[in-house]
Design a protein around this ligand. Structure first.
Ligand SMILES: Cc1cc2nc3c(=O)[nH]c(=O)nc-3n(C[C@H](O)[C@H](O)[C@H](O)COP(=O)(O)OP(=O)(O)OC[C@H]3O[C@@H](n4cnc5c(N)ncnc54)[C@H](O)[C@@H]3O)c2cc1C
Length: 180
C-alpha cells in the first residue's frame, strides 16, 4: 500500500480504497503468522481453507498462487526488509519497524476495503441529553456509547472508545435516574 502503514487508521483506510478495485494483499512470513494464530483463534487456517489466504514455501510460489507479479512482490519485500534493517523507510516514512519478511512458509491474505467502522452520530450535551437538529434538548431522551457521534473528530484512534462509552453510559444513567 502506498502509505506509511504505521500511520493512523483513517490515512491507511483512504490509501486502501484507492488501490485498484480496493484490493490489497497482506504479506506475512511464518513468524508473523504464528503470532497472529495465537491471537486469532484459528482464523488464519479458516482463511486458507476458504481460499482467502495463500500459504507457500517460497515468495515465487506465493506470487503465482495469489496472481501477483513475481518481480514486483520480490522487490517490494526486499525494499521492506531493507527498511526494517536500517529502521528508515525513505519511501513512505514508516516509523514503526518489527520483523523482516524472511522465514517461510510465506502467506498472502487478500483484503478488500469496504468501511472501517461507523458510529451512531447522536449529539448530546454534558448531561447526555440527546439534542435535536437545532441543538435543543429532547426532553427525557439520554444516550451513551457507540450511538454517539462527534467525539473523535474526523479520525479514529484505536483504543479510546471504551473510555467515552463507559463515561457517557454512566452519565446518561445517573442523569436519567436523577431527572436532570
Ligand atoms: C473488533 C473490535 C475491536 C475493538 N477494540 C477496541 C479497543 O481496543 N478499545 C476500545 O476502546 N474499543 C474497542 N472497540 C470498540 C468497543 O468495543 C465499543 O466502542 C463498545 O463496545 C461500545 O459499547 P456500547 O455499549 O456502546 O455498544 P455495544 O457493546 O455494541 O452494546 C450494545 C448492546 O445492545 C444490545 N442491543 C442492541 N439492540 C438491542 C435491542 N433492540 N434491545 C436490547 N438490546 C439491544 C446489543 O446486543 C449489545 O449487547 C472494538 C470493537 C470491535 C468490534
Amino acid at each position: 500500500m502506498s502509505v506509511d502503514e504505521s500511520s493512523e487508521f483513517n490515512i491507511q483506510d483512504k490509501a486502501g480504497v484507492q488501490q485498484t478495485d480496493g484490493i490489497l494483499y497482506m504479506i506475512d512470513d511464518s513468524k508473523m503468522i504464528v503470532a497472529m494464530v495465537q491471537e486469532s483463534f484459528g482464523m488464519v487456517d479458516e482463511l486458507i481453507e476458504r481460499g482467502m489466504a495463500y500459504q507457500t514455501d517460497s515468495i515465487e510460489e506465493l506470487a503465482e498462487v495469489a496472481e501477483l507479479d513475481a518481480e514486483t512482490l520480490a522487490s517490494t519485500i526486499e525494499t521492506f526488509n531493507s527498511s526494517v534493517h536500517t529502521e528508515n523507510d525513505a519511501e513512505f516514512g514508516r516509523t514503526s519497524f518489527n520483523d523482516k519478511v524472511e522465514e517461510g512458509p510465506y502467506y498472502a491474505v487478500k483484503l478488500q476495503m469496504a468501511y472501517h467502522l461507523t458510529f451512531g452520530d447522536l449529539i448530546v450535551d454534558e448531561y447526555m441529553h440527546v439534542l435535536d437538529s437545532d441543538n435543543n434538548v429532547i426532553s427525557g431522551l439520554y444516550a451513551g456509547g457507540d450511538i454517539l457521534g462527534g467525539f473523535e473528530g474526523d479520525t479514529h484512534q484505536s483504543g479510546p472508545c471504551m473510555s467515552i462509552v463507559i463515561y457517557s453510559g454512566r452519565e446518561a444513567g445517573i442523569n436519567a435516574a436523577a431527572g436532570n
